[in-house]
Design a protein around this ligand. Structure first.
Ligand SMILES: [Zn+2]
Length: 298
């Protein structure tokens, strides 16, 4: 750990006196039977200069978070970081589980999308290569047919978004999400998923496109941007001002995630059509388009 968390070290020091493994090791060190690797430094029981943290410690979630949570590196890097400061016989297993369950990693690291179809156990060991080849060819054929159906990438993304929204609703509505997610396992590489009724894509998915979720299902779902004609719409934050334009109004719109300086003028009708639920305040239109700001900045 490059930046030791002092609170964590202190918390562990407090807890250490209650852990049987630490008490036993301390006694061995006192009696001279523990071996040269073991020392007591600044009240910490250490192995080769690393703090001994038995797997029974209640602080493992914080320790793992410190080792993994800032950079979200893989198992090996996280383990190295951990083992630079801490010694525990079961560290590799704890790290593997923690990284696997990490929500941030699961959401962001698409390289974790293994083509599971190629990793299925094979029934007949003597035909390993032909089976792998078959899985691969079937997978490619399937991808090609999917490509043909989807034509436009934007349309594909819009559908995926709809499918995710639907899945989010179902995940919230029921614990037994597996029954709703996967309707049917067609074979070892193809699954039929529950799609929204108006989805225009095939409901059978190659496992290469599916990803197993590890750990507890998330309570919060990531909000997805609105979609119009297959493109993600920006979200309006506020209407800065309004000015009369021809027979209508022009709105200066500030957008979520953008600088106030990046506000853009939008026609009232267009804006209303795209964001029908956005509340437009009456006072915007009550001063002939001159807001208080104009009095200062002209
Ligand atoms: Zn992570």
């Amino acid at each position: 750990m490059s930046r030791p968390d002092f609170k964590l070290f202190n918390d562990f020091k407090m807890e250490a006196d209650t852990l049987p493994e630490i008490i036993a090791k301390r006694r061995e060190i006192d009696e001279g039977t523990a071996g040269a690797a073991w020392t007591v430094v600044d009240d910490f029981v250490m192995n080769h200069g690393r703090i001994f943290v038995p797997s029974s410690s209640s602080l493992w979630p914080q320790i793992l978070e410190a080792a993994h949570g800032t950079r979200h590196e893989g198992v090996q890097k996280t383990l190295q970081r951990l083992q630079a400061s801490f010694y525990t016989p079961g560290a590799a297993k704890l790290v593997r589980q923690f990284v696997q369950d990490c929500l941030v990693c699961q959401r962001n690291k698409t390289e974790h999308l293994h083509p599971a179809g190629l990793l299925q156990p094979l029934d007949v060991p003597s035909s390993v290569w032909s089976d792998i080849a078959m899985d691969f060819v079937e997978g490619l054929a399937w991808v090609a047919s999917l490509d043909k159906q989807l034509q436009k990438r934007d349309e594909f993304l819009a559908e995926i978004r709809e499918r995710l929204l639907q899945a989010q609703v179902h995940m919230k509505a029921t614990y037994d999400k597996d029954q709703l997610w996967v309707l049917e396992r067609i074979d070892s590489v193809a699954y039929r998923l529950l799609l929204p009724p108006k989805a225009r894509i095939h409901d059978v998915f190659h496992v290469a496109f599916l990803k197993k979720h590890y750990g507890e299902p998330p309570v919060d779902v990531v909000p997805l941007p609105a979609i119009a004609h297959g493109c993600a719409l920006p979200t309006p934050l506020a209407i800065v001002r309004a000015r009369p334009l021809h027979n209508s109004w022009d709105l200066l719109v500030q957008w979520v995630g953008h600088d106030p300086a990046e506000a853009t003028w939008e026609l009232l009708e267009d804006f209303k059509e795209r964001y029908p639920t956005f509340q437009l305040e009456d006072k915007l239109f009550s001063q002939g388009g001159i807001s208080v700001m104009d009095n200062f900045f002209g």
